[in-house]
Design a protein. Structure first.
Length: 476
């Protein structure tokens, strides 16, 4: 009898415990007016709907059904409030470090970071809080990058584009942006050394936003494996550079890696090798995935819209005619590319590379009459303003003139985010896109090989076939 009681007691207590936990949690939120919405299926949340519909339709459907200001959902195993519109953007951007802090999904950190850092907050593993990172990405510091960008873009176009009648823009854009990041951040130029980083890094970016199931054959398993390989290679590079710096007694720092090794914090402590690796990976992700996507879709629009291409060509050739055959682009040349940058910005509006960003609430707060509890995650999304006719009339029409004069209203054009966490690489991306546009447009006229190529969503919007284009060479 006693044995029977010991067996039955847990069976009785378990459902009672579950019921009590549910009632306590429900009671805790009973006094709060939470954002409307649904959390979907247990464990799965609304991840499947998000993946099937894509971010734009997923969010627009729920804005219509629940609220155009803020609604709740469950993504990546987290309770989440989706903020919508310019006011939602403004609220999140201006309350960074007050009501909210930066946050990455654990599955993403597992793919990118050393295991020792996965449980840490994003601020604890990010060197972006260190002022020198912002300093080296300011326009004044970036001016010295322009000739290097131009020389590499020129070489890339001559080697990868010119010998062919047709090329795939997306993979070539990825190759250029990764090669450039390796050159500028770490002074790596040998194709073999770049490949040792590029191949596993491709696994990481392909799978880091996939369903986080680490089983053989899954994309996420590939991302975990690729992340380990990238980190191992970076540690080797970092240790070799540290040895070089010690032997040469270098103090200035010839690139980002050297500066990271030489800098100390307010307590006089050097950054650890793991911390440097974590931050280089973060910068590689930012400069590789989003920038290559931005370049790809700018060229897509130029191939689709001859009247836009012709205006860009006219502006670019006016600059080219002032330069000798071996002269490289300068900051002054880039500043003349006003129409070209408006075209790039309109492309970023229509097809933004990044879909938004996460935050975590550090306290209960109220927005639009609803309470977002402490610990909930938040997400702002580009589509609630970029594709909203209230802010951009006829939003599907490609119109660079939207950016003339004072341009769009504040908090409506947000491809780089805003507030204290605005992407520090915004100006780097601008230079990279414009330099690449310059070298392609002055060399070729483009024609899409697949007129109605489907766009799918992975980490960023992706042309299903890599955006093949036919090249019509031009006299320079």
């Amino acid at each position: 009898m006693e044995a029977l009681v010991q067996y039955l007691l847990p069976l009785v207590l378990f459902p009672i415990s579950i019921a009590l936990i549910y009632l306590l949690r429900k009671g805790g939120f009973a006094t709060l007016k939470l954002p409307p919405g649904t959390t979907g299926w247990p464990m799965l949340g609304e991840n499947i709907h998000f993946a099937v519909l894509g971010p734009q339709k997923f969010i627009s459907d729920r804005m219509k059904k629940y609220s155009p200001e803020v609604f709740q959902t469950s993504l990546m195993g987290e309770k989440m409030a989706i903020f919508c519109g310019a006011q939602g953007n403004k609220f999140l951007f201006t309350n960074e470090n007050k009501l909210l802090t930066s946050w990455w999904p654990k599955s993403l950190k597992k793919a990118l970071l050393f295991p020792e850092f996965v449980e840490n907050s994003l601020k604890e593993v990010s060197a972006l809080k260190r002022s020198f990172i912002h300093d080296i990405l300011k326009p004044e510091a970036l001016k010295q990058y322009i000739p290097i960008m131009d020389a590499m873009a020129r070489e890339h176009v001559e080697k990868e584009w010119a010998p062919n009648e047709e090329v795939k823009v997306f993979p070539l854009s990825k190759k250029y942006t990764f090669d450039l990041a390796c050159r500028l951040f770490m002074s790596i130029v040998d194709p073999h050394d770049i490949k040792k980083l590029a191949d596993p890094f491709h696994l990481v970016t392909n799978g880091m936003f996939s369903v986080p199931i680490d089983l053989p054959g899954t994309a996420y398993s590939g991302a975990i494996k690729g992340g380990k390989m990238v980190r191992a290679e970076l540690l080797k590079i970092i240790r070799d550079r540290r040895k070089e710096l010690t032997e040469s007694k270098e103090t200035a720092g010839r690139d980002l890696l050297s500066r990271m090794l030489l800098v100390t914090d307010e307590d006089g402590q050097f950054m650890s090798e793991m911390e440097i690796s974590n931050n280089i990976i973060g910068l590689l992700v930012a400069s590789y995935e989003t920038t290559s996507t931005a370049v790809t879709f700018v060229l897509k629009h130029l191939a689709e819209l001859p009247h836009i291409y012709n205006e860009v060509f006219r502006e670019i050739m006016a600059i080219a005619k002032t330069k000798g055959p071996d002269d490289l682009l300068t900051w002054e040349d880039i500043e003349k590319m006003k129409y070209s940058w408006n075209v790039a910005r309109e492309s970023l509006r229509v097809t933004p590379p990044a879909q938004g960003a996460f935050r975590e609430s550090v306290t209960d707060f109220t927005y639009a009459g609803f309470t977002v509890p402490k610990g909930w995650k938040t997400f702002w999304t580009v589509h609630t303003t970029h594709k909203n006719p209230k802010y951009f009339p006829d939003p599907e029409r490609f119109d660079p003139s939207r950016f003339e004069g004072s341009g769009p209203a504040p908090y409506t054009f947000v491809p780089f985010g805003g507030g204290p966490r605005m992407c520090p690489g915004k100006e780097y991306a601008r230079l990279e896109v414009l330099v690449f546009m310059y070298n392609v447009v002055r060399s070729f006229k483009l024609e899409k090989a697949i007129p109605n190529e489907k766009i799918v969503f992975h980490a960023s919007p992706t042309p299903m076939n890599g955006l093949p284009v036919r090249l019509q060479p031009l006299g320079k």
